[in-house]
Every structure is written in structure tokens, then in C-alpha cells.
Design a protein around this ligand. Sequence first.
Ligand code: NAP
Length: 250
Amino acid sequence: MTSSWLQLAQKTAIVTGAGSGIGAMGYTVARSLLNQQCRVIQVDRDEASMQHITKDASVVQCDVSQEDQVRNVFVQSDNPSILINCAGITRDGWISNLSNDDWDSVLDINLKGTFLMCREFIRLQNERLKQGEDRPACSIVNVGSVVSELGNLGQTNYAASKGGVLGLTRALAKEVARSHIRVNAVVPGFIDTPMAQQVPVHVQEQIRNQIPLGRFGKPEEVADLILFLASPRSSYITGECIKVSGMISL
Ligand code: NAP
């Protein structure tokens, strides 16, 4: 995608989960935003996983499930108008074996982390409006999963967290539409990242057989949709949860 078409140049975007996979600098969301001359604030719980590559790519260590750390991200961010919530984890297991910690950590990071980041972003934008600043239109992009709709063995915690992310996305979109803040979600199927590579190889094979396009998605194929939803090119799209899944059925 050419930089002029997406109109992302000189905007500032916060990207969580920027240390790996879909959000990462290697070749996906953070990198694609930089290629559009967008300033990028990379956020991950592991600082070493993020790359300090240009003056337009800064790094903030943050566990998105921790309110004080989330606040600090916004203290360190100069006028962000885009928020992309990619941070997420899985802790798979049959429900009878799932510990409280397996449940809580997945809900805390995937759902509460998305909530905390969105809330702080909205508070910042409200503050800017109150101070009479000429605030640009803003966009939030969350990341769900087809598993919340299709179900998947061993993922009750993950499916619940991602269902919550989609509900949050639709409700928040209504709340903030009049403030010119759009909120959408991408809903990936199985994407070839370190998260999907944790799935046993024989299960990966079974999943691949359920994908009409015959392969897992590439992180950059999710990144392209995220960039479009983040950009002013999608200015009349809000409250949508859009699949990028090769038409998977589980
Ligand atoms: P990934 O390669 O594991 O990347 C996720 C990144 O988020 C990692 O760097 C991870 O750090 C970071 N992270 C985890 N917990 C965090 C926290 N509390 N605070 C800040 N950062 C945290 O996974 P991915 O496949 O790119 O996943 C990105 C998003 O897509 C996730 O929300 C995931 O649920 C969703 N998704 C992925 C797939 C797929 O098939 N890959 C499908 C549907 C949805 P650590 O390495 O330290 O955990």
C-alpha cells in the first residue's frame, strides 16, 4: 500500500504486543506503520523483544493488564491518534484442568488489557478536546479471534476473552462515535506466528484442513487490514469486527 493512499504519515500510533507476531516490528503492524511514515510507540511486556530502529519508533515496556503501567504508556506518548491492541496470550487446556490462574491471566491480558488501553486512550482524547485542541479523528483497532464465534477445544478462557473484546469493540464504538473516534476489530483465523506455533503439529494439520484457502494466514495479511482500519481511508467504518481467516471453520 502506498503511503499517500493510506494518509497515515505524521500520525502517531501506539501498538501493543509489538515484540512478536502480528504487532511486531519484524515485518508486520509496527513495521508497516513506519513504512507509511507514521510514528510508532511500541508496547510490550518484554522490552528486549522490541526494536529501537529509528527516531520514529519508540519503545515502552508495559504489561497491559497493569493499570499504572498502561497510564505510563500515555504519559510517554506524544499525541497518539491511533491505538492498536495486539497484545494477547493463550493458556490452553480442557476446562477440568484449567487453573484459576490460567483463566485470570488470559482474561486479564486479552480483555482487561484491551479495556485499560482503550480507556486511557479515550481519556486522553477527551482531555485534548476539553483543552480546545484541534484533535484529529482517531482510530482504535482491537484484535479478536474466530475462536470466540466458532469455539475451539481447550480454549474456553481464550474464546471468552476474545468474545469480550468484540463486545467491547461494538459498545465502545457507539459511545465514542460522536467524538470522531472509530473502534473496530480484526478477527484472525490461524495466523503463522509464535502463538500459533505453540499448537501441536498434528493439530495444526487438522486445522489447516478446515481452511478453504488451504493455509494459515501470514501476519502481514492481518497487518494490512489493521492499517486500513487505522487509516482515514476507512473513515465510515466503525463498530465492525472483520474476519481475516481464509474462511476457516473449526
Ligand atoms: P505473539 O506472537 O505471541 O505476540 C503477542 C505479543 O504480545 C508478544 O510479544 C507477547 O509477549 C505480548 N504480550 C503478551 N502479554 C502481554 C502483556 N500483558 N502486556 C504486553 N504485551 C504482552 O502472538 P500473535 O499471534 O502475534 O497474536 C497477536 C494478537 O492476535 C493476539 O491478541 C492474539 O490473541 C491474536 N490472534 C492470533 C492468532 C494467531 O493464530 N496467531 C489468531 C487469532 C488472534 P510474550 O511473548 O512475553 O508473551
